[in-house]
Design a protein around this ligand. Structure first.
Ligand code: CA
Ligand code: CA
Length: 254
């Protein structure tokens, strides 16, 4: 097919069907470490076997609640279960993990003690699907009197923050795993964007009721799948295809 003015116009009509994004989700598979991500507290990327846990060959982000300076997991030494060398962030009203997440004080619960978060801000279109795999591991064996360590997804868009519970250390989904950890195994989650706009997405993990008994949250396979085009967009693409077909026929006839 020769490229005539007519086909160029038709191609322009086709390309209008795809919305341009100012900023897409980047480094979603953590192959560049934490590049493009913001983090607070004990956050690192890891692969292979770490702290007795097999994380697989591909990199995963790991959030933790272990201090470097205090024996959170006595008799294990201070920092034994800290992977980044950075301390978890205390919750409100101290250093303010909640304020880092633009959440009100005590949004993570009145007894959340300290934790870590990872975040990225990007543009999303309405109907796009966010999916990811997470895994909660803990040494919090239920001794926290019904207030187990917990993990959330924070969806901050259009000036509103939605806090979505992912899992907690008291869940019956946890099984005894390797290295003395209780383990949910890999869990898949997906959410659909209800509106277009700039989205700050954060994953959060907190020690609850005490600073002791470390938990870990792993995160991998983060992906945003664009929505199926709106009917108006489909009509535009179909118009483009008809124009292309006509232009192609005329090109062959000439
Ligand atoms: Ca801790
Ligand atoms: Ca804990």
């Amino acid at each position: 097919m020769k490229f005539t003015t007519r086909t160029t116009l038709a191609l322009a009509a086709l390309s209008m069907g795809a919305q341009a994004h100012a900023a897409d989700l980047q480094n979603s598979s953590f192959t560049q470490g934490l590049n493009h991500w913001q983090s607070a507290g004990d956050v690192s990327t890891q692969s292979g076997t770490v702290l007795g846990i097999n994380l697989g060959a591909a990199p995963v982000a790991v959030l933790g609640t272990a201090s470097t300076a205090y024996d959170d997991d006595a008799p294990a030494l201070a920092g034994s279960y800290n992977l980044s060398g950075l301390d978890p962030i205390e919750t409100a009203p101290a250093q303010g993990l909640e304020s880092w997440l633009s959440l009100p004080a005590q949004a993570l619960g009145s007894n959340a003690y300290e934790g870590s978060a990872i975040s990225q801000t990007f543009d999303i279109s309405a109907g796009s699907q966010l999916s990811f795999d997470w895994r909660l591991l803990t040494r919090d064996n239920g001794s926290n009197q019904g207030e187990p360590d917990a993990a959330w997804l924070s969806w901050n868009q259009g000036g509103q923050v939605q806090l979505i519970a992912l899992g907690n250390a008291g869940s019956s989904a946890l099984q005894a795993g390797t290295g003395g950890w209780l383990d949910t195994g890999l869990q898949h989650a997906s959410y659909t964007a209800q509106q277009a706009g700039t989205l700050t997405l954060s994953w959060v993990l907190a020690d609850v009721n005490s600073f002791s008994n470390t938990s870990l949250l792993t995160l991998e396979n983060v992906a945003v799948t664009p929505s199926v085009p709106e009917p108006a967009g489909i009509a535009l693409v179909l118009t483009g295809l008809v124009m292309l077909a006509r232009a192609s026929r005329r090109t062959h006839q000439s």
